[in-house]
Structure formats: structure tokens, C-alpha cells
Write a new protein. Structure first.
Length: 561
């Protein structure tokens, strides 16, 4: 399909008609740094992004984001802007609600009957390609020919989540791969915390603000865009989904088995890019395994995408390789986002049915099996083989200083051009390795009100007893409290055992988490004393834990008459 070009005289019409045209001609695939010529289309200056105006050598700041959003507000009647939170440095993090017709509240969104799709960038500001691509997506849906993608869905876009990190500017050193953009933000927030490790413990203003929005708007699908740094695979973009074994398998299997293959084909056909699973292989040649673990995508819930899956919802992480140019990386994210939105719009009813079924089954299983102790769920897991798979791979990827400069780039001829195809083992199948009985619910004292608040922040329903009540269940006796260093964090680990079934009376005011609710899998994972990275692992309960004492959360099977 030829690239459409517009004259200056037709600029007035661009607001209504401009679009990014699918650029692929004759099944061409773009490798390395290559992108289709003129792939962003032509737009009036006020509608061009910072990346476009700088020829993809700069990325947007939070002030420039607000300015761009304001421009869009004056050009379209399909936009509403919400404030997710105000950061510790007093910066507002906006999210754009794109809908046809416009909705201005979660209540209106629910009344519309449409799915909400949530797309986010810049949780790690040195990985800004998703943020820039999301601005192009917003422009296309509001002012281009992407309006049809709002027929069956409402799209919420948060281009910059880590607003403080985004505006903490540093000179690019090339350690991520490419030398562009020249100026970047930093990975952590203003408190030095990695926001993509705060999904369970919810200690930051940013994570709590995001979760308030997620609780209110209840997206069917959540996506978080990233950069993978310098890699040896040959894909323009990679994608992964929820891998916490405790999550309901229905949404995860739908994303992996149906959505991913369809979107992959769409990205290849419309945008000329090869995309595949978010994983890495080793440095040996030929490589032997394609592994989530090598890409630091563990089975833990600490990542926002993994944690969101515990809600019976769909979630996706995308990661571009680092060494291609910034323009190539933005194009790769844009291509994936647009192909994804075509799929989610066309399959809205089907996706809604998948998550509704997961909600219903979660509650039904608790009601049917929790009291007898026959229902179990996973505390931990690992990745196992899906079999052999053909992977696009480069033999070398060498970092070196560009001649005559102090800028670190990639040696010409390495990790560029068409990659080789290597068959290797696909180690991306999440499998549960330890499990425990799922109770009807949990009880804990009124003095643990902050635990109740944290569960509610996760959208878990928590109530209190209005009278003294007896419950049948088990208590966990702690024999040892240990600290285990894992993935860069000190994780609290408990040794001990549950008692035999007993009856206890709990006073009025005791907090109760009845697992006959859609959030049962999340509540189970957070509160079980030996879950891999629940509340215990992340130190949320540290002050109440000691060797020889009882775990402060009682696991009940039924109310005792």
C-alpha cells in the first residue's frame, strides 16, 4: 500500500482525516533499524509529538504531555482526562479516556456495556518508546481513521505513569542499547523505588493511584509497555502475559492461545514486523533454550501485569529490544498497540465472556470446595517446556563507543539485518509447584486495620464481624522467620505448619475476608503465609511475625454454629 502524502494546502483537513497508514507493501519485513518511510503520516505541527519533531532524538516530559493532551482536547469531542494521582514531587499523572461517544466516569463506562482497555507507558522512564507510541495511538483514535476502534471498547491511555522519574533527566549513556533518545528519565520514582515491583505491597503513591483507577474502571485488559535493553533475539517487539500459577487459567490461556497468535499475524501483515514471546536465550551458540527466566519475567506477582491477572483479568507486557533506534522502537510498540486494539475491538464480547466466566468459576469453586478442604491453589511455580520452537536470533551483539565520541552504541554488523532461525526449547509454560488448601476465608484482628486497607486497595472485599462468632479452621504456627535474597530483594520467608482443625471464637470488629468473591485468588495469594511473594514475602506483616508465635491471620473453613 503506497504511503499517502498531503500538501500544505490540505492541512486544514488533516484534523479530521489524517491517519497513520499501514505501511507494508508486498509482505515486506523490516529488520534491524528499518521502518517504513513516512510511517507516522503528515500532521499539523501542533499535533506532532516531541519525538516526531526531534526526529526521534528526544522523548516527552510530563509538562509537554499535559500540553499535548490539551491540544487533543481542543480537537476532539471523544476525550476525557482523569488524574490518576499527584506524585511525591507534586506532578499530576494523567490518563486519557478515549470513547465514542465520550464518557466522563467509570459509571458511564459500565452503563455503555463496552470493555475498558488500559494501556500504560513509562513505568520505567528510560524505556519511553511505549509512551511515545501511545500518543500516536491516541492521535489516531481521536483524529485519524482509528475511530472505528472505539466502536466496541473504551480505551484508557496513561502515557507516563512514573511522572517523577520521567522528569529526573539524565544523559543517555547507551547502556540500554541505542544512543537515542539523548536525554532520558530514571528508572525509579523520586523515592528511589521501582514501581514495577510494588504491585503486591502497594507502598507508593503511584501504585496506589493506579490501583484506584483500575478498581474503578475494571479494565478487561491491562497492558504495560517496556524496553528490554540490548538483546540477541531478532524480534521488533516481544509480549508476555500473566504467569502467576495462582491466577485463574482462563484469561491467561485465552491471551496466550488466541489473542497472541492473532495479533502477531496482524503485526506482520499490516506493519511488516516480526514479534514473539517475551523471553531470552543464553550467549552460547547455537542457543538451546528460550526462557522467561532469562528475561527476568518470574512467576511472582510483584509485576503489575502479573498481579493484575490475579483479578481474573487479561494482562500483557510488551518489551522492545534496546539496540535499534528510538524511532524503530516507537514504531514497534505502535504497531503492536494498534494491532492489539483491532483485535480487542473485534472480539470484545468474547473477551468479556472469558473474564465473566473466570469470575463466576472462582466464586463457585470456593463455595463448592473450600469448606471440605478439597479446593487447592498454588503458592509458587516455575517454567517448563512447551516443546521446540523456531526463534529469530543474532550470533553477536557488541557494544562499542562510536568513533570520535563518548557515546556507547552497537558495533555495525552485529544484531542488525535479517536474523538466523534457530530451533530451541520454549521454557515459558508456567506450572504450579507448591500448593495449599483454599479456605472459605480469613480472619484477623481489628488491630491489623492497615492490612484490611491494603486488601481493599487491591479491590478485595473485607468486612468486620458485628458480633462475637465461632469459626472452624486452622492456625499457622511459625517455627522460623528467615530472610531470603531473591531477584534483588530481601523476601521474608516463614517455616512452620498449620494446626489440625479447631474452633475459635472471634470478637466483634474482627476483619473477615470471605473468599466467595471474584478476588479470591488474589486474597489467597496475598494472605497465605508461605506464598512466594504475598504480603509475608514483601514484609507487609513483618512487625507481627516472630519465631514461636502464631501467624496473625486465621484460615477458616466455616462458621461454627
Amino acid at each position: 500500500m503506497p504511503i499517502r502524502r498531503f500538501s500544505i494546502a490540505s492541512a486544514v483537513l488533516l484534523i479530521a482525516t489524517a491517519t497513520i497508514v499501514p505501511p507494508l507493501a508486498a509482505q515486506r519485513v523490516f529488520w534491524g533499524d528499518s521502518v517504513p518511510r513516512g510511517w507516522t503520516g503528515e500532521w499539523p505541527a501542533e499535533l506532532r509529538t516531541v519525538a516526531e519533531n526531534s526526529r526521534f532524538t528526544r522523548t516527552i516530559s510530563t509538562l509537554q504531555l499535559h500540553e499535548y493532551i490539551n491540544t487533543l482536547k481542543w480537537k476532539s469531542d471523544r476525550l476525557h482526562v482523569i488524574r490518576m494521582f499527584t506524585s511525591p514531587l507534586r506532578k499530576v499523572a494523567p490518563a486519557l479516556v478515549l470513547s465514542k461517544p465520550r464518557v466522563t466516569s467509570a459509571q458511564e463506562a459500565r452503563a455503555s456495556g463496552k470493555n475498558v482497555i488500559f494501556l500504560m507507558g513509562n513505568i520505567h522512564p528510560p524505556e519511553p518508546e511505549a509512551a511515545e507510541a501511545l500518543l500516536l495511538v491516541a492521535r489516531e483514535l481521536l483524529l485519524g481513521k482509528g475511530a472505528a476502534l472505539l466502536d466496541s471498547q473504551i480505551v484508557v491511555i496513561a502515557p507516563i505513569f512514573n511522572v517523577d522519574g520521567t522528569d529526573t533527566f539524565v544523559t543517555q549513556d547507551g547502556s540500554l542499547g541505542s544512543v537515542t533518545p539523548h536525554i532520558l528519565g530514571v528508572r525509579e520514582n523520586s523515592e528511589g523505588l521501582d514501581l514495577n515491583r510494588d504491585a503486591v505491597k502497594l507502598t507508593t503513591v503511584e501504585a496506589n493511584g493506579l490501583y484506584r483507577v483500575l478498581n474503578e474502571w475494571d479494565p478487561v485488559l491491562f497492558l504495560d509497555g517496556h524496553l528490554m535493553s540490548r538483546v540477541n533475539h531478532g524480534y521488533a517487539n516481544t509480549y508476555g502475559t500473566v504467569t502467576v500459577p495462582a491466577a485463574h487459567p482462563g484469561p491467561r490461556e485465552y491471551v496466550h492461545d488466541q489473542l497472541f497468535p492473532a495479533v502477531r499475524e496482524q503485526v506482520r501483515a499490516k506493519f511488516g514486523l516480526e514479534v514473539f514471546t517475551h523471553a531470552l536465550f543464553g550467549r552460547e551458540w547455537p542457543p538451546t533454550d528460550w526462557s522467561h527466566d532469562r528475561a527476568a519475567w518470574t512467576v511472582e506477582a510483584k509485576f503489575v501485569v502479573n498481579d493484575y491477572g490475579l483479578r481474573n483479568r487479561m494482562a500483557i507486557i510488551t518489551e522492545t529490544p534496546g539496540q535499534p533506534t528510538f524511532e524503530r522502537r516507537v514504531y514497534a510498540q505502535y504497531a503492536y498497540f494498534m494491532a492489539l486494539l483491532e483485535y480487542t475491538n473485534a472480539h470484545a464480547s468474547e473477551m468479556r465472556s472469558v473474564v465473566k466466566r473466570a469470575d463466576d468459576e472462582t466464586v463457585a469453586r470456593v463455595v463448592a470446595g473450600a469448606e471440605s478442604g478439597s479446593l487447592r491453589n498454588f503458592l509458587d511455580g516455575e517454567y517448563r517446556s512447551r516443546g521446540l520452537v523456531d526463534i529469530l536470533a543474532y550470533r553477536t551483539n557488541v557494544a562499542e563507543y562510536l568513533p570520535g565520541t563518548s557515546a556507547l552504541g552497537t558495533r555495525p554488523g552485529t544484531a542488525t539485518g535479517k536474523p538466523e532461525t534457530v530451533r530451541m526449547e520454549d521454557l515459558t509454560l508456567p506450572v504450579g509447584t507448591r500448593d495449599a488448601p483454599v479456605p472459605r476465608g480469613y480472619l484477623f484482628a481489628a488491630t491489623l486495620s492497615e492490612i484490611a486497607a491494603k486488601l481493599r486497595a487491591h479491590n478485595v472485599t473485607v468486612r468486620t464481624l458485628d458480633r462475637a462468632t465461632r469459626f472452624d479452621g486452622e492456625a499457622f504456627s511459625i517455627s522460623t522467620v528467615r530472610t531470603v535474597r531473591r531477584s534483588g530483594y530481601d523476601m521474608t520467608t516463614l517455616d512452620g505448619a498449620f494446626s489440625t482443625q479447631q474452633v475459635r471464637e472471634f470478637p466483634a470488629g474482627t476483619f473477615v475476608v470471605d473468599l466467595a468473591q471474584p478476588m479470591a485468588n488474589a486474597a489467597f495469594y496475598y494472605l497465605e503465609p508461605q506464598a512466594r511473594d504475598g504480603f509475608v514475602g514483601w514484609g507487609v506483616l513483618d512487625r507481627w511475625l516472630s519465631a514461636g508465635s502464631e501467624y496473625p491471620v486465621f484460615k477458616y473453613r466455616r462458621e461454627s454454629k
